[in-house]
Design a binder for this molecule. Structure first.
Ligand code: RB5
Length: 142
């Protein structure tokens, strides 16, 4: 399952992302936000989505906020979350390949839906390389 979280800054982009996931036949659950009204909510929604993503290794998260910075900080407070802030598809590629990221964070203020689609495609299709990266990830989970 893909869990979606955003604050008000990412609300509009997230509405487009939902349509894109539907077109691709992918299921998602959105924890919020549910409007563009300013609501200081990225922490609340991020932590809520974290709990859900953390329930299964195959789960994925797509989180947004204005810059992606606060959301990435909040996401990585959960030890089972490996969140990467991706302003482009190269970051998404290496975030999966080397870091086995289970959460994609994008900066809604600086990401068009056209770009977001490309980043999401790469994030969802790139496998973890394993090998030398396994121990490194275990080290940061200690
Ligand atoms: C909201 O104004 C903004 O602070 C938030 O979207 C995000 O950029 C935080 O890191």
């Amino acid at each position: 399952m893909i869990y979606l979280s955003t604050d008000h800054r990412g609300y509009k982009l997230m509405q487009e992302i939902k349509k894109y996931l539907e077109q691709k036949g992918l299921q998602y659950v959105s924890v919020g936000a549910n409007s563009y009204d300013k609501d200081d909510s990225y922490a609340t929604y991020t932590l809520k989505a974290n709990e859900l993503v953390a329930q299964d290794e195959d789960n994925r998260g797509i989180y947004l906020c204005g810059t992606g910075l606060g959301t990435a900080m909040g996401a990585n407070r959960n030890k089972k979350i490996r969140a990467v802030l991706c302003p482009n598809k190269k970051y998404a590629y290496f975030g999966r390949l080397h870091n086995n990221a289970n959460v994609l964070v994008m900066p809604a203020n600086y990401t068009s839906i056209r770009k977001a689609k490309k980043i999401i495609d790469v994030f969802l299709s790139t496998p973890f390389e394993g090998g030398r990266h396994v121990q490194r990830l275990e080290d940061i989970s200690k």
